[in-house]
Design a protein around this ligand. Structure first.
Ligand code: ZN
Length: 242
């Protein structure tokens, strides 16, 4: 779905859930924000092509946080031509994404079940990337408040709570907040993060306060998709606990 010139929200139905990675593109390359589950990469690349990046190289992958449904496609996306890609994530989720610390929401048993369901080649790719990494997966560590050049300017907002290194990204030109899992959309309603998968709700709600500094026209929730209209007011309502 086209959000504005140079920014598209993808919609990928994974059966149990539908996810919404975002792509941002410029004249000479495109950027992917979040990579889906293990096995999602071919479908994401196809959706991106349909969205208008055919012929452009993928140069940057921005990870909003360490959860498996956001980093799962990374091994396949970085399998070829690794050196032409720059992968971004926040410092506080770095260990998990680089494979030097366990993923905070993944038990060894759950990981084993997940890996067991993958085709052999994808399993090997996953293990090589996250369990026996030959190099660091993240090339650039996000700084809170920095503006990256993609799409004319993407501002990094550190929004811990759902994970320690969770970030939202603000696309300045279209005034779009790429929310990751800091909020969800549920039948057109904007809601806070899912309580059962947000270990620090207190912090997650404080993080929503930070969003008030941005003039937001559109929100893209990774789970639930696009929300438009009165966004700042709606966020204020979420954080209003009086
Ligand atoms: Zn998620």
């Amino acid at each position: 779905m086209r959000i504005a010139e140079g920014i598209e929200m993808l919609e990928l139905n994974l059966g149990r859930m539908t996810i919404h990675p975002t792509i941002v593109y410029d004249r000479d390359s495109w950027t992917l924000i979040d990579t889906g589950m293990p096995g999602s990469a071919p479908a994401i690349l196809e959706l991106a092509k349909q969205a208008g990046v055919e012929g452009l190289p993928l140069r940057s992958i921005l990870l909003t946080h360490q959860d498996i449904d956001h980093i799962g496609g990374l091994p396949a996306l970085t399998a070829q031509d690794r050196d032409s890609l720059t992968v971004y994530a926040h410092e506080a989720d770095l260990g998990a994404i680089n494979g030097t610390e366990p993923l905070i929401k993944m038990t060894p048993e759950r990981l084993e079940t997940l890996l067991g369901s993958l085709p052999e080649a994808e399993r090997a790719q996953f293990e090589q990337t996250f369990l026996r990494p030959a190099r660091t997966n993240v090339d650039h560590t996000f700084r809170d408040g920095e503006t990256l050049p993609m799409g004319g300017g993407l501002t990094v907002i550190h929004t811990p709570g759902h994970t320690p290194g969770h970030v939202c990204l603000y696309h300045q030109r279209s005034r779009t907040l790429i929310a990751g899992d800091a909020m969800i959309a549920d039948n057109g309603e904007l809601k806070g993060p899912r309580v059962d998968v947000t270990p620090d709700m207190e912090k997650a709600m404080q993080s929503l306060e930070k969003l008030k500094a941005y003039d937001i026209e559109t929100v893209i929730c990774y789970h639930g998709g696009r929300i438009q209209g009165d966004v700042n007011k709606r966020i204020a309502r979420l954080t209003d606990r009086s």
